[in-house]
Design a binder for this molecule. Structure first.
Ligand SMILES: Cc1ncc(COP(=O)(O)O)c(C=O)c1O
Length: 457
């Protein structure tokens, strides 16, 4: 996080496997013009990713124009659950474009009706309304607003307390960033809302106390009375890990929410649509939220997000007062429907669950070999992570994560830049269409690169 990748072409050894091909300097000298042009015209904040100019991406591979091919373990930041540019999704987009309907605002369309019905069908019973939006941040902002409105309706203007989690991430807009808890990301706010607080996330590693009592004592210490809380929002797993909370903790939290008439909100923007080996990530906890936010993997391509919830909560506003210009854009809806059908029909969720032990075993083997610098490894379905620390300490080591990712990039294995509150995580998130063979190919690269990077230190 925060560290740029150099765009000067370097010589790297040639790679030629079924899944990866590196045959030029990286980045290719001809792509530097494009990289420099982006540096000129975009903010510095946009520079953080390994410098490959994507020409196309298909299934689990990303290609540049110059004959190089990467095995993609980014899924374009956990979007392409059904694979990059899959024929079904492309065809659905083409058909929709050819139908002549590219935009219809909030006016009704068959496409929006079909997608909304599909989403309600796959949502847990009782979650019977969906509001479609465009980005994940919009969906968490919307959930926040729904919770506040709900709280005020139940307990007056005092019931506006909102609880998020330390190191949580819900997007970069005002409410989403205040609900989140990544150090440094809120400095720009200046006058944070005192009714929004964070509690430690019980990941068992950075936060060792995983008792639900810790939740209760923390909000008490922060002066928040349970009956004055309107909502609690957590990522189904914290993206920094990926780290899940203990099942017992989440069940106790759900009980607590019920007791105090607080909305339980799962941010499924990363976790939904099969990623964790269950269709919805929160199924791992055996609880049903009041609201769920989704985005990313819903379409495997075009921007779409939304909130699903109970009728009572979703129907709080009168006609015309909870809308969005691009709500359920018909082309995005067509892409989402095609992607969702592929996930369901081909049981990509099951594929993620089946492949989980392969990733977990490989990560555990790396950690066993280097226990002093690989602090924490986790995997659920097809989202895994390796958190790097300074030798023998529990201090994040973002430079090590960066070096691992850079060297994998040079060998044709593509990760997005390190993530986590301190940029300490190498995160594994291939499309859910990946085969065991391709996964194992990538895991061998990762193990070799860790050996090489640590040997060179
Ligand atoms: C858990 C979670 N919530 C919300 C968001 C924000 O989504 P977007 O970038 O589409 O606004 C993200 C994005 O990474 C996310 O991981």
């Amino acid at each position: 996080m925060g560290k740029e990748f150099d765009i000067t072409p370097v010589d790297v050894p040639k790679v030629e496997t079924q899944y990866r091909r590196i045959v030029t300097q990286i980045p290719h000298p001809d792509s530097v013009k494009t990289l420099e042009s982006l540096h000129q015209s975009e903010p510095i904040s946009m520079r953080g990713q390994p410098p490959v100019v994507w020409e196309r991406a298909e299934d689990c591979q990303v290609y540049d124009k110059h004959g190089n091919m990467w095995l993609d373990w980014s899924s374009g930041v956990l979007v392409t659950n059904a694979g990059h540019g899959m024929p079904e999704v492309r065809q659905a987009i083409i058909d929709q474009v050819n139908s002549g309907l590219l935009h219809n605002y909030v006016f009704p369309s068959e496409e929006r009706a079909e997608l909304a019905a599909f989403l309600i069908d796959v949502a847990p019973e009782g979650m019977d309304k969906v509001f479609l939006l465009t980005t994940g941040s919009e969906s968490t902002e919307n959930a926040f607003k729904l919770a506040r409105t709900y709280g005020i309706s139940k307990g007056g203007k005092k019931k506006i307390g909102f609880v998020g989690f330390e190191r949580g991430f819900h997007g970069r807009t005002l409410g989403a960033q205040q609900a989140g808890g990544i150090p440094g990301q809120k400095d720009w706010i200046g006058n944070e809302d005192p009714a929004i607080v964070q509690v430690p996330f019980p990941d068992g590693y950075w936060t060792e106390n995983i008792d639900f009592d810790h939740f209760c004592t923390t909000i008490e210490e922060k002066g928040v009375k349970p009956d004055e809380v309107c909502g609690v929002m957590l990522e189904t797993y914290q993206g920094v890990g990926p780290d899940f909370a203990p099942v017992g903790y989440v069940r106790a939290l759900a009980e607590w929410c019920k007791k105090h008439d607080v909305l339980l909100i799962f941010d499924e923007v990363q976790a939904g649509f099969g990623r964790t080996g269950k269709f919805w990530g929160f199924e791992h906890y055996g609880v049903v939220p009041d609201l769920l936010c989704f985005g990313k993997g819903v379409s495997s391509s075009l921007p779409l997000s939304g909130v699903i919830g109970r009728k009572e909560v979703m129907d709080q506003y009168p006609a015309g007062s909870m809308t969005s210009t691009h709500t359920g854009n018909p082309v995005c809806c067509a892409a989402a429907l095609a992607s969702l059908k592929k996930i369901v029909n081909e049981d990509l969720t099951g594929n993620a669950a089946r492949l989980e032990p392969i990733v977990m075993d490989a990560l555990t083997a790396i950690q066993k070999k280097y226990p002093d610098v690989i602090g924490h490894v986790t995997c659920k379905g097809l989202v895994g992570g390796m958190q790097t620390v300074k030798a023998g300490e529990k201090t994040p080591d973002p430079d090590l994560a960066y070096d691992i990712i850079l060297n994998c990039f040079h060998k044709g294995l593509l990760f997005f830049a390190p993530v986590g509150a301190w940029g300490q995580t190498v995160k594994i998130s291939p499309p859910l269409t990946i085969t065991q063979d391709a996964l194992e190919d990538g895991l061998r690269v990762l193990a070799t690169v860790v050996d090489e990077v640590l040997a060179a230190r």
